[in-house]
Design a protein. Structure first.
Length: 812
C-alpha cells in the first residue's frame, strides 16, 4: 500500500541544476564542423572500443528514461555511412585542421561490459571532451589511464555503473572545466587525499558533480581548496559528514549553485556569525535533509535578489519569518518541507512570487484552508476574512504558471479552491494527508503528470478531466470517500500511467477491461472498495511491467486468471477478502519475482499448492481462511523450498497430518540472526503491506519490515509433535500453532527463539512442563492444553521484568 509519507520529494526533472543534463544529450554537446578525414589509427581505436561492449537494450534509470527517450545509441550508425571517415560519425568531433578526434559523446549509448585499463579509448590522446553517461560498465573501476587525457576540459562519467575508488590520476587533468562522476549507485568512492589533490590542481574547474559518490571518509575541510572559478558544486547523497566550512564556500566569487542534499551527518551553520563576508552570486541552494542550521533572515538579506531555486526541506531553520518570502523576486522553485512550520500558509507573501513554478510546503503543521481568489489586481494584494462563509478570500495576482505544488501532510481543510483547478500549466500536484472535503472538480490543465489527493475527505465520482491527462504517470486518489461506478472505459487513454491507486474508497461496479490497455502500468491498487464481477483474464498478462496487483477486500467472484505470462514482473498479488475460488492457477510459477502472494479469506478448496515453493523470491504467503485441506507435502524437485519466506499464514483451513517439518528446515530467511538494519519490502513509491494476526488482533502492517518473521498454522487439524528444529528459526517474532491436535512436550529448543514476542500453543494436547526460559516471553499462551505430570491443577499468572506472560495448566 502506498501511503502519503511514502511519496518521495520529487524535483521537477527539468530543474536547472540537474546533474545529468550536463551533456545536453538530446542534441549532442559536441559541435560538428565540416568533417575532415580522421586518422586511421583513431578510427580503428573507436571501432575496437565499440566492439569491446555489447548494447544493453534494457538499460534503465530515472534520468536515462527522461534524457534518452527516443534516442538511438550513437554507435549503431558507425561504419555504415561514410565508413572510412570517423569524423562524420555521430557523437564524434574532430579538429578541423589536424583531423584528430577531440570530442566523443557516447551518452545514451547503452554500452555494457567491463571497462579495461588497456582500452583503445586511451589512444585518443587529443580528446578535449568525453561524455560516457548512461552506459553500464559493470562495476568496473575507473582506470588510472584517464589521467593521460591531459587536454580534457569536459569529463562526464555519471550514471555508468563505475565502482571502486576514484583514481588520484584524475587530478592530472589540469584543464578540466567540468567533472561529473555522479549517480554510480554509491559504488564509487573518493578519499580525502584524492579529492584534495583534485580540487587543488584543477584550477579551471567550473562545475563539480559528485552526487552519490561515497565521501564518508572525506573531511569537509577539503572543500577549502576549491577553485575560485567554481560555479556549480553538487555533493548530494554523498554520506559527507562533519563540520562544513561554509564561511569559505560562500566567498567563492562565481558560485551560483550549491547542493548538499541528504548528507544527514553534515553539521555546522550555513552562515556562521564568525564570518559573514559572503560574495557568491548564489542562484541555487540546497542543504535539504542535513543537520546544517540556516539563519533565515541572513539568507534573505544577502541572496534575495539572486536566488532562483531554494530547497530548505528538513533543515534547522533559525528565525523563521514568512513575510520575508515576498522578497524572493527571482524565485522559481521553493521547497520548505518537513520543518515543523505552523500557522496558516503565508499566501500574502507567496502571491508576490510571479516567477514561482514549484512550491513544496509538505510535512509541516500548516492549518486553515487554501484561499479563494475573488479578483485580480496586478499592483495590489489583499486578503480578507469572509464571516458569512467562514472562509479566507483574497484579491491579487495569481501564479498561473505554477507547475509544481506540494502541500501534503499538513492540517489544511475545507474545499480545494477553484483557482487551483484553473492552473493551466500544472504538472505535479500533491495535496495528500490533509482534511480537504468536497468534490474533485475538473482540472483545466492538460499537462498533469503526477496527481496525489489521497488521505483526505473527498467524495463524489471521478472527474472526467482526469481521463484527459494523457501525460499522467502517477495517480493516487486512495483513502477518500469517492463513490460511483469505477467501470469507466476512459482509463485506456492514460497510456503513460505507471501508478494507479484508488483504494479505500466506496467505488462500485466492475473493473473496467480498459485497464488492460495500460501497458506501462507498474502499480495497480483497487483494494478496499465494493467492486464486483470477475478478475479479467487479461490482468495476468496485460503488462510485463506490472509489479503490484492489489484487489483485496472487494466483492469479486469467479476464478483467478489462469494466464500469468512467462517473463512477467509481478511482485505482489493480493486478492484477500473476496469470493474467489476454487484453485490457484499453476501459471503463478511463472511469476519468478513474486514476493507477496495473499489469497486469504476466499473460497479456495484444494490441497496445499506445493509448487509455490519454487518461487525464489517469495517472502509472504497468506492462505488463511479458505478450505485448503490434506497434508502438506514437499516436492522433491525443489532443493531449497521457500528459502526466503518470512511470513507464512495457513490458519483457519482444513490441513491435516504432521506439521511441515521439511519446510521448516529450509526457511533460511527465518534462521537469520536479528539485524539492526531497518528496511522494508518495496520502495518509496509503494511499500508492501499485509494483514497479520497478532495475539488475536488483526494488525495491518502498512510497511513490512524485512526482519519481521512469523508462522501461523492455527485452527487446522495438524497432529503429532512440534519438531525440535523449530528452535533454529531464530528471527521469529511470532508463532501460532493453537487449535490443532498437537501432542507431546513443548520442545526445549524454543528457548533459542530470543526474538520471539508472542507464542500461542493453546487448545492442543501437549504434555509436560513449560520450558523455564519461555516465561520471559512478552506474550505467551499455552492454556487449555497441557497435561501436568502431577495430579494438581496449576494456574500461574504474573510479571517478570518488563515482559508479561500468562500460563494456565489444566488437567485433561
Amino acid at each position: 500500500m502506498a501511503t502519503d509519507s511514502n511519496v518521495p520529494h520529487l524535483r521537477p526533472v527539468g530543474k536547472r541544476a540537474n546533474d545529468q543534463t550536463s551533456s545536453n544529450v538530446s542534441s549532442s554537446s559536441i559541435i560538428h564542423h565540416p568533417s575532415p578525414l580522421c586518422h586511421l589509427y583513431e578510427r580503428s581505436a573507436l571501432i575496437q572500443f565499440k566492439n569491446s561492449f555489447s548494447v544493453n537494450n534494457t538499460f534503465a534509470s530515472f534520468y536515462y528514461d527522461y534524457e534518452c527517450d527516443g534516442i538511438d545509441p550513437p554507435t549503431v550508425s558507425w561504419a555504415k555511412n561514410d565508413a572510412s571517415n570517423c569524423c562524420a560519425w555521430r557523437g564524434v568531433a574532430c579538429d578541423e585542421k589536424a583531423g584528430h578526434v577531440i570530442g566523443l559523446d557516447l551518452s545514451c549509448a547503452r554500452l555494457q561490459g567491463a571497462f579495461h585499463s588497456n582500452s583503445t579509448l586511451f589512444f585518443l590522446r587529443n580528446l578535449q571532451s568525453l561524455y560516457l553517461l548512461y552506459n553500464d560498465f559493470g562495476g568496473s573501476t575507473i582506470p588510472s589511464e584517464f589521467g593521460k587525457f591531459t587536454n580534457l576540459e569536459h569529463l562526464i562519467l555519471s550514471d555508468s555503473n563505475f565502482s571502486g575508488n576514484v583514481p588520484p590520476e584524475i587530478s592530472y587533468l589540469s584543464k578540466l572545466v567540468k567533472l561529473n562522476l555522479s549517480y554510480n549507485n554509491i559504488l564509487l568512492k573518493v578519499d580525502t587525499f584524492t579529492l584534495k589533490r583534485t580540487v587543488t590542481n584543477l584550477t579551471n574547474l567550473e562545475a563539480l558533480y559528485l552526487s552519490r559518490v561515497d565521501m564518508s571518509s572525506v573531511s569537509p575541510v577539503v572543500l577549502m581548496n576549491l577553485s575560485s572559478s567554481l560555479i556549480n558544486l553538487t555533493l548530494s547523497f554523498c554520506s559527507l559528514g562533519g563540520n562544513l566550512p561554509a564561511d569559505y564556500i560562500f566567498r567563492l566569487p562565481k558560485l551560483e549553485m550549491l547542493s548538499l542534499f541528504r548528507n544527514e551527518n553534515l553539521t555546522g551553520s550555513l552562515f556562521p556569525k564568525s564570518n559573514r563576508n559572503t560574495s557568491s552570486p548564489l542562484k541555487e541552494l540546497d542543504p535539504s535533509e542535513t543537520k546544517l542550521s540556516i539563519d533565515f533572515p541572513y539568507l534573505f538579506q544577502n541572496f534575495k535578489y539572486s536566488l532562483e531555486y531554494l530547497y530548505l526541506g528538513s533543515c534547522k531553520i533559525l528565525g523563521w519569518n514568512p513575510t520575508l518570502l515576498a522578497n524572493l523576486t527571482q524565485i522559481s522553485e521553493l521547497y520548505l518541507y518537513s520543518n515543523n512550520l505552523g500557522g496558516e500558509i503565508p499566501w500574502s507573501s507567496l502571491m508576490h512570487l510571479e516567477r514561482l513554478i514549484g512550491l513544496d510546503l509538505s510535512e509541516n503543521n500548516f492549518t486553515g484552508q487554501l484561499p479563494e481568489i475573488s479578483s485580480y489586481n496586478s499592483t495590489q494584494l489583499s486578503f480578507s476574512y469572509d464571516n458569512s462563509s467562514n472562509s479566507l478570500t483574497s484579491s491579487g495576482p495569481l501564479p498561473l504558471e505554477l507547475e509544481f505544488l506540494e502541500l501534503s501532510d499538513n492540517l489544511l481543510d475545507r474545499k480545494i479552491p477553484g483557482w487551483l483547478y484553473s492552473l493551466k500549466s500544472l504538472e505535479y500536484l500533491n495535496l495528500s494527508s490533509n482534511q480537504f472535503t468536497g468534490y474533485i472538480e475538473e482540472f483545466q490543465s492538460h499537462s498533469l503528470q503526477y496527481l496525489v489527493l489521497s488521505n483526505n475527505k473527498l467524495h463524489g465520482s471521478l472527474p472526467s478531466s482526469i481521463f484527459q491527462q494523457v501525460n499522467l504517470t502517477f495517480l493516487d486518489l486512495s483513502s477518500n470517500s469517492l463513490s460511483g461506478d469505477v467501470g469507466i472505459n476512459e482509463f485506456s487513454k492514460l497510456k503513460r500511467l505507471e501508478y494507479l491507486s484508488i483504494s479505500k474508497n466506496q467505488l462500485s461496479g466492475e473493473i473496467p477491461y480498459s485497464i488492460c490497455d495500460l501497458n506501462s502500468l507498474k502499480y495497480l491498487d483497487l483494494s478496499n472498495n465494493s467492486l464486483i464481477g470477475t478478475v479479467h483474464p487479461c490482468l495476468g498478462n496485460f503488462s510485463v511491467n506490472l509489479l503490484v496487483l492489489n484487489l483485496h477486500i472487494n466483492k469479486l467472484h469467479g476464478t483467478i486468471p489462469l494466464t500469468f505470462a512467462k517473463g512477467n514482473s509481478l511482485r505482489n498479488l493480493n486478492l484477500n477478502g473476496n469470493q474467489l475460488g476454487e484453485i490457484l492457477p499453476q501459471s503463478l510459477v511463472r511469476c519468478k519475482k513474486m514476493e507477496i502472494l495473499d489469497v486469504g479469506n476466499n473460497k479456495m478448496n484444494e490441497t496445499f499448492p506445493y509448487w509455490l515453493e519454487s518461487l525464489p523470491m517469495l517472502q509472504v504467503l497468506i492462505l488463511r481462511s479458505n478450505r485448503f485441506h490434506g497434508s502438506i507435502e514437499v516436492s522433491p524437485k525443489t532443493a531449497l523450498p521457500f528459502r526466503n519466506l518470512r511470513i507464512m499464514d495457513l490458519s483457519h483451513n482444513e490441513f491435516s497430518g504432521n506439521l511441515p517439518t521439511k519446510y521448516f528446515k529450509n526457511l533460511l530467511a527465518m534462521m537469520d540472526a536479528y539485524s539492526d538494519q531497518l528496511t522494508y519490502m518495496g520502495e518509496d513509491q509503494y511499500y508492501e503491506s499485509t494483514i497479520v494476526v497478532i495475539k488475536g488482533f488483526f494488525i495491518e502492517l502498512v510497511k513490512i519490515q524485512t526482519m519481521f518473521t512469523t508462522i501461523d498454522l492455527s485452527k487446522n487439524n495438524f497432529e503429532g509433535e512440534i519438531p525440535k528444529l523449530i528452535g533454529k528459526l531464530k528471527s521469529f517474532k511470532g508463532l501460532n500453532f493453537s487449535h490443532n491436535k498437537l501432542t507431546g512436550p513443548i520442545p526445549l529448543t524454543l528457548e533459542n527463539l530470543s526474538n520471539l514476542e508472542w507464542l500461542d500453543l493453546s487448545s492442543n494436547e501437549l504434555v509436560g512442563e513449560i520450558p523455564q526460559q519461555l516465561t520471559n516471553m512478552i506474550s505467551l499462551e499455552v492454556h487449555h492444553n497441557l497435561r501436568p505430570q502431577s495430579s494438581k491443577k496449576k494456574v500461574v499468572m504474573g510479571l517478570t521484568g518488563r515482559s508479561s506472560w500468562w500460563v494456565m495448566d489444566v488437567e485433561s
